[in-house]
Design a protein around this ligand. Structure first.
Ligand SMILES: Cc1cc2nc3c(=O)[nH]c(=O)nc-3n(C[C@H](O)[C@H](O)[C@H](O)COP(=O)(O)OP(=O)(O)OC[C@H]3O[C@@H](n4cnc5c(N)ncnc54)[C@H](O)[C@@H]3O)c2cc1C
Length: 408
């Protein structure tokens, strides 16, 4: 059976338009300077990338399938796939902006009409960079144990608490977070979801240097005053709002990821390297390892694509998001092992002037250790087993991205 996508004539025309626009708007010299480890990126590169997000937004390409009436592109799933494929061919700095990936889903599902009209256009057009601040020192996998508090005071909430492993290296315009609004209520029914302007007094941030590169932050909220208009969903519906975005983050949103740079570079190295008079690529053991890695990449690509299709066609999944995440989290260390076996110590060199692929393989060795973002492998196994009815705890439903607010 052939699983490959085919494209209509019109989509191929669109591809040409996208390709030409990207070539005209991403200078080759700029791309060459983007470091393989996003943690080494400069502020100038970040600012360039933010401006690029706004340019995409102005064309409706930042949130291509989001409703036009709120500032999205209103394009079809096919067009979004073409866009994602063409964008993935470029080396762009990360902005850490989760506006489209996560927050827009929460606003569409839970925002009041007023909030949709005022928040969605800047979110969908790339004008606002958003960070997601959920994890706390005592609440990671068990997010429902979070301790940050939001207390009503007139027209505001006053927030106190501490978040960890959140944000990115440079800046955000808004922070999307959770805090307990009713400490007397049971778990899952005691918190609200808030959008907080990042410059609000009382917010302090510290950098965290992680082995996996891109800088994360510890954030403290001390008497941070947030207008009630910035509460998304009801006062105690934060858990369900968070689930809407977590469902997407856990893999339910799908991903269009046609290439794997690490495998491409490893193949190139094996093709160009001779050992004991034989090209590494002609060694049957190397061939076996590379074929296995190729299969892993293709399985991940197809699972991501399936979930992307399910989301855009309104199909309700159960375990599929976590299945895709789990596959990626298991495959990445396997691929790291393969490159280490084939290239040996060359895989561990980060100096871009000496290392193969400017240090991208060394970067991947470190990144592959980081299986925590978006839930650990164990948590994805827990989610899958619950949703497949295999767990001791009662079967749960898929998260609430597509559910109406009345269902909770
Ligand atoms: C690079 C990076 C980026 C991140 N980005 C963000 C971000 O932008 N925003 C954000 O809010 N958070 C972010 N996080 C935090 C991330 O979501 C948490 O690290 C993750 O949810 C795990 O929580 P924890 O670190 O507290 O580990 P814990 O929850 O303490 O888990 C420790 C270990 O126990 C295991 N475990 C826990 N519960 C169970 C269980 N029920 N069954 C079996 N095993 C279990 C886990 O699998 C893990 O191995 C990021 C983390 C990293 C490392």
């Amino acid at each position: 059976m052939d699983f490959e996508l085919t494209y209509s004539q019109e989509q191929e025309e669109f591809r040409k338009e996208v390709r030409a626009w990207l070539d005209a708007n991403i200078p080759r010299e700029f791309e060459d300077q983007v470091p393989v480890d996003q943690g080494d990126g400069t502020e100038a590169q970040f600012l360039w990338a933010r401006e690029f997000e706004r340019k995409l937004g102005a064309k409706g390409w930042f949130a291509p399938t989001a409703p036009k009436q709120y500032g999205g592109g209103g394009l079809s799933m096919g067009h979004a796939i073409v866009l994602a494929e063409e964008l993935s061919k470029h080396q762009l700095p990360s902005t850490g902006n989760v506006a489209i990936r996560y927050l827009s889903h929460a606003l569409l599902a839970w925002g009041t009409e007023e909030q949709k009209r005022s928040f969605l256009p800047p979110v969908l057009r790339g004008d606002w960079a958003i960070w997601q601040l959920f994890t706390e020192p005592e609440a990671g996998s068990d997010l429902a144990s979070l301790k940050s508090r939001a207390v009503e005071d007139g027209d505001d909430y006053v927030i106190n608490g501490n978040k960890i492993f959140v944000g990115e290296q440079f800046y955000a315009d808004y922070l999307y977070t959770l805090a307990v609004t009713d400490p007397a209520a049971p778990r899952h029914q005691n918190m609200g979801a808030f959008l907080i302007p990042a410059q609000t007094p009382g917010i302090t941030m510290y950098h965290m240097d992680l082995i996996s590169g891109s800088g994360k932050r510890t954030v403290f909220f001390e008497d941070v005053r947030v207008p009630k208009d910035y509460l998304i969903g009801g006062k105690t519906q934060g858990w369900w709002v968070a689930n809407t975005t977590l469902e997407v983050e856990h893999g339910g949103g799908g991903r269009v990821a046609p290439r794997n740079n690490v495998l491409d570079h490893t193949m190139a190295y094996a093709g160009a390297t001779t050992r004991n008079g034989q090209r590494l690529l002609d060694d049957p053991l190397a061939q076996q390892a590379l074929a296995q890695a190729h299969i892993g990449v293709q399985v991940g690509r197809l699972l991501g694509l399936r979930n992307f299709w399910m989301r855009h066609t309104g199909r309700r999944g159960t375990y599929e998001g976590s299945q895709s995440s789990l596959q990626g989290k298991r495959f990445s260390p396997e691929l790291a092992r393969t490159t280490l076996d084939l290239l040996g110590p060359w895989t561990l060199i980060s100096n871009p002037d000496l290392a193969p692929a400017k240090g991208e393989l060394e970067n991947h060795q470190r990144q592959s250790l980081s299986t925590h973002p978006g839930g650990t492998p164990e948590i994805h196994m827990v989610i899958m087993s619950r949703r497949m009815g295999l767990s001791r705890t009662p079967t749960e439903q898929q998260g609430s991205r597509d559910l109406s607010r009345e269902e909770h």
